[in-house]
Design a protein around this ligand. Structure first.
Ligand SMILES: NC(=O)c1ccc[n+]([C@@H]2O[C@H](COP(=O)([O-])OP(=O)(O)OC[C@H]3O[C@@H](n4cnc5c(N)ncnc54)[C@H](O)[C@@H]3O)[C@@H](O)[C@H]2O)c1
Length: 356
């Protein structure tokens, strides 16, 4: 990294029209400005916080997408994918690149950085020295994954899903007189999304069974299939026997009625729920896997976007200390090193093809 003077940070508009979240909320923008960071915020029609709130705390406002002509030393900050243009990326970019696990489009993105000499500081790889993520949306993913499952189970889930706020969501989650009891299981219960799922289930008046690594080591699939609701929140790092198999779908003794897959590892060899082949969408959040006995699936891969204010606020609070370290900081150095490794693996670094 370059000399440790406060950088010029540029919060960009998100290209994806349904993305209302932001990695920096106005209150934290104030802290950045007070710390001497030069902050530019792009206008963005869908961002949950109006640009005026950033302007009021001392940020400079720029047009949506104008980061492309920002000065070269600028660090461009966003959450999700960049627009397709320009093909040459010259800046340092902080966002979720999804570029290191051979995801679709990963090689193209790395080539764009190689072509422009820029760098990706991927938020998924912003970790402490133990490798723990420093800023993540998991809690709210789990909260929503469990909330949608309960609402569906109670016949109160309406489509299309729309972004909301926690108070409104919680209103619909609280049990009404006449709501029947149900059993719920959260797997991966000790993680970020597992904690979120447990919180939502508590609001819904349920007391879930909680499993993590210790409880699935010797998997009791019959017990698992005996719950009405399953909320899967695991982050698998090595292949394990699937929690639900194709043959379990046709098991007449299966009690499971709603499967909410927060993990959404569809297509991955690490997938613990290999019983479906594509995620579900905001327009159509529930898919019937079996009619008899009934089993419905909810597998939405952008759950935290449904609570953009709360999820942005928490994420921004976690990211702020790291942004204050820029352009130095061990965590950013680890991010950059991960990017350089991906470049080398692809043979796009300027050292030439495949050289270490
Ligand atoms: N659907 C979405 O919108 C969305 C959003 C954010 C994150 N996610 C995904 O949710 C998953 C969980 O994320 P997180 O932040 O909660 O991760 P985390 O690391 O905080 O928690 C994962 C938990 O799973 C447990 N676990 C791992 N393997 C297990 C096994 N075989 N059996 C039982 N427990 C096991 C771990 O011990 C840990 O407690 C990730 O795959 C992440 O990509 C999805």
């Amino acid at each position: 990294m370059t000399a440790p003077t406060a950088p010029h940070l540029w919060l960009r508009h998100e290209a994806r029209t349904t993305e209302r979240r932001t990695p920096v909320v106005p209150e934290d923008a104030r802290r950045l400005v007070e710390a001497g960071v030069r902050l530019t915020v792009e206008e963005s029609p869908q961002r949950i916080f109006p640009v005026e709130e950033y302007e009021a705390v001392g940020a400079r406002v720029a047009a949506a997408g104008s980061w492309v002509s920002a000065p070269p030393e600028t660090v461009v900050l966003g959450l999700k994918e960049l627009p397709d243009q320009p093909t040459e990326l010259t800046h340092r970019h902080i966002f979720f690149g999804h570029a290191y696990k051979q995801q679709p489009g990963a090689a193209d993105l790395l080539r764009r950085f190689a072509a422009g000499g820029g760098a990706l500081l991927d938020l998924e790889y912003l970790v402490d020295e133990q490798g723990r993520r420093l800023a993540a949306f998991g809690f709210w993913a789990g909260y929503l994954g469990a909330a949608l499952a309960v609402l569906h189970h109670r016949g109160r889930l309406t489509a299309p899903l729309r972004p909301t706020d926690k108070d409104t969501l919680d209103e619909t989650l609280r049990p009404l007189t006449g709501d029947g009891e149900f059993t719920a299981l959260v797997v991966g219960a000790l993680g970020r999304s597992g904690r979120g799922a447990r919180a939502a289930l508590a609001t819904a008046g349920a007391d879930p069974t909680c499993w993590d690594l210790a409880e699935t080591r010797d998997l009791d699939r019959r017990a698992l299939l005996g719950h009405d609701l399953l909320v899967n929140c695991v982050l698998a790092t090595t292949p394990v026997p699937p929690f639900v198999r194709e043959e379990d779908l046709d098991d007449p003794a299966r009690g499971l009625r709603t499967l909410s897959d927060v993990t959404c590892d569809v297509g991955s060899p690490l997938n613990v729920l290999p019983v479906y082949d594509r995620t579900t969408e905001w327009t159509d959040p529930v898919r019937t896997l079996r009619k008899e006995p009934p089993l419905d699936l909810i597998a939405i891969d952008n759950l935290p976007s449904l609570l953009p204010r709360e999820s942005s606020t928490d994420f921004s609070a976690a990211l702020l200390p790291q942004l204050l370290e820029l352009p130095a900081g061990d965590a950013w150095a680890r991010c950059l090193e991960r990017f350089r490794r991906a470049e080398r693996e692809l043979g796009t670094d300027r050292g030439g093809f495949g050289h270490e």
